[in-house]
Design a protein around this ligand. Sequence first.
Ligand code: ADP
Ligand code: MG
Length: 234
Amino acid sequence: MSITVKNISKFYGSQKALDNVSFQINPGEICGFLGPNGAGKSTMMKILCCFIPPSSGEAGICGFDITEQSIDVRRKIGYLPENNPLYLDMYVREYLGFIAGIHKIKIKADQRISEMIALTGLSIEQNKKIGALSKGYRQRVGLAQVLLHDPEVLILDEPTSGLDPNQLIEIRNLILTIGKEKTVMLSTHIMQEVEAICDRTIIINKGKIVADDKTKNLIQGHNKLEEVFQNLTI
Ligand code: ADP
Ligand code: MG
């Protein structure tokens, strides 16, 4: 199993952000993590990437425990946080070199960076400052960054938010291409996004998993997330 989550709860002070969440994601899946703002998506993803600890429960990535084996977990994961924070004053290639250094990629680092620049369609922009790039190209830098150390699992927190319609299609296609070789967990509050990219979707609302099924079974011609909620039996 690529991602295993068992009875995870998370409190921020007295507020419960995650309530006894359990699910599994199989190797090779592109799984959507769909829910309205404040549902707990980012919290769950931060826990899986060892950024914050759960209040209770267990989770594993490729068989490694997030609490006991967090370094192994980080090696297995490529995490693109919400809003894709980047160093805007760095040049694209310089930034990817910096990230390669953090991952201690020493052998053929330049070659690996070139491959990721080509894969993510950054070739013509590779010598620009990140601050000079459009939002769509910044997302490509984010995706190149998460792929550098060749992780098995990608955790992408709202990777298409704020993109214009053309950029949206391009980044979705890129995620589909990348997803052929990786396990992908992708969060979004947009139903059409899971319809476009994800075979399977887990729906979270107010910290609880309310559905987990093939995307086509969940969506069934609905246009709005509220309609899907009304149709749920669990
Ligand atoms: P989502 O990503 O689905 O929009 P989040 O995981 O960011 O949801 O947030 C879930 C809930 O936890 C929200 O009510 C949010 O206000 C709260 N929350 C998130 N991060 C913190 C924090 N660092 N401190 C306090 N409350 C938080
Ligand atoms: Mg979020």
